[in-house]
Design a protein around this ligand. Structure first.
Ligand code: PXP
Length: 299
C-alpha cells in the first residue's frame, strides 16, 4: 500500500530559550538515517498561517494500540496497526503513539519496528522503565519516548508516574534514551506540582499531563475543577521549561473544555475515542460490502 505524505507546514520557532543542559540535543541515534518520518520537534506549537499570522496549534497524535488489541484477540494478522497508522496520518494526524507493554498484550516488537519505518510524522513510543522494553526503544530511537507506569493487572494506564519514587531508575533511563538519539523524553504525570518539579529534575524535556481524572469526572463542576488543576500543572511545567503534552480519556465531548482551560499544550495523545468512533463510523460500509459479497451474485 502507499503510505501518505503529510503536507509540510511552516513552523515558526520562537526565540530559543536559554536551555538548561538537559535540553541539549544528543547526536542522532545509530539507526536515525533509516527513519521514514520527519518529526515536528518545535518546542512549542506556533505555526504560520498562509495569511502570515502565527497561531498556537496543538498537535494531534493518535494512539493505535486498540487496533492491535483487536488483531490479537483473534490471533490474526489484521487489522494491522501499521496500516491503521497510515490511515490516521492520511486523515491529518500529526503523529502516531503506541505503547509496547511488558506483556505485549497489544503492540508487538514487530509493530514497533515497522511503525518506525513507515510513520511519516512524529512517532511516540510509550514504555515503562523495564529493561528489555527500554532496550527496544533505544534501538528504535523514536522522536519521542513517553515513560508511563505499568501494572500487569491494569486494563489501561491508571495514573501518572510517581517520579520521585522512581528517581533512581529514571536517572538511568532518561540519559540512555537521549544517548540513543531520542530527542524528546516525556514523563506521564498527574498534574501535581511535586511530580512536575521532579519531572523537570529528572532530565526529561517534556511532560504528558494525565487527563484521566478530568475525563472521568462525573459532574460538570468536578470536570471544571480538574481542568483548572490541569491548567495549573501546564503552567508549572511550562515555567520549568518543559514541553507540555496531555492525554488519557480525551474525547470529542470533553476536548473543548480542556482546550479552552489548559494553556501551553503542544500536543495531545488520543486513542480510545477515535478508535471507538472509527468502528461505529465504518460499520455501515463494512456491512454493505459484506451484504454485497453474500447476496450480490444472486440479486
Ligand atoms: N497517554 C497515555 C500515557 C496513555 O497511556 C494513553 C492510553 O493508552 C493515552 C494517552 C490515550 O488515552 P485514550 O486511549 O483514553 O485516548
Amino acid at each position: 500500500m502507499q503510505f501518505p505524505r503529510l503536507p509540510q507546514t511552516a513552523i515558526v520557532r520562537p526565540p530559543a530559550p536559554a536551555r538548561p543542559a538537559r535540553w541539549a540535543l544528543p547526536p542522532p541515534g545509530a539507526n536515525a538515517e533509516n527513519k521514514a518520518h520527519a518529526p515536528v520537534l518545535e518546542p512549542s506549537g506556533f505555526r504560520i498561517l498562509s495569511i502570515g499570522a502565527a497561531v498556537f496549534v496543538t498537535n494531534l497524535l493518535i494512539n493505535i494500540d486498540h487496533v492491535a488489541t483487536l488483531r490479537n484477540a483473534r490471533a490474526e494478522t489484521f487489522p494491522d496497526p501499521v496500516h491503521a497508522a497510515a490511515h490516521c496520518e492520511q486523515a491529518g494526524a500529526d503523529g502516531i503513539v503506541f505503547h509496547l507493554r511488558e506483556d505485549r498484550r497489544h503492540i508487538t516488537e514487530r509493530d514497533a519496528r515497522l511503525l518506525d519505518k513507515t510513520v511519516q510524522g512524529k512517532l511516540d513510543f510509550e514504555l515503562s522503565t523495564e529493561a528489555e522494553v527500554v532496550s527496544i526503544c533505544c534501538d528504535v530511537s523514536p522522536d519521542l519516548a513517553t515513560l508511563v507506569p505499568e501494572r500487569r493487572e491494569e486494563v489501561t494506564t491508571e495514573g501518572g508516574l510517581d517520579v520521585a519514587a522512581n528517581r533512581a531508575r529514571l536517572a538511568e533511563v532518561v540519559p540512555r534514551l537521549y544517548d540513543a538519539g531520542v530527542e524528546q523524553v516525556s514523563l506521564f504525570v498527574d498534574p501535581v506540582p511535586a511530580q512536575i518539579e521532579a519531572a523537570a529534575e529528572s532530565g526529561a524535556n517534556c511532560v504528558e499531563l494525565h487527563t484521566g481524572d478530568f475525563a472521568e469526572a462525573d459532574t460538570d463542576a468536578t470536570r471544571r475543577e480538574e481542568a483548572r488543576r490541569l491548567a495549573a500543572g501546564a503552567e508549572a511545567a511550562h515555567e520549568a521549561g518543559l514541553r507540555v503534552h496531555a492525554g488519557h480519556g480525551l474525547d470529542y465531548n470533553n476536548f473543548p473544555l480542556f482546550q479552552n482551560t489548559v494553556p501551553h499544550v503542544a500536543e495531545v495523545s488520543i486513542g480510545f475515542a477515535v478508535m471507538a468512533r472509527a468502528i461505529l463510523g465504518g460499520m455501515e460500509s463494512a456491512v454493505r460490502d459484506m451484504s454485497a459479497t453474500v447476496k450480490g451474485s444472486r440479486a
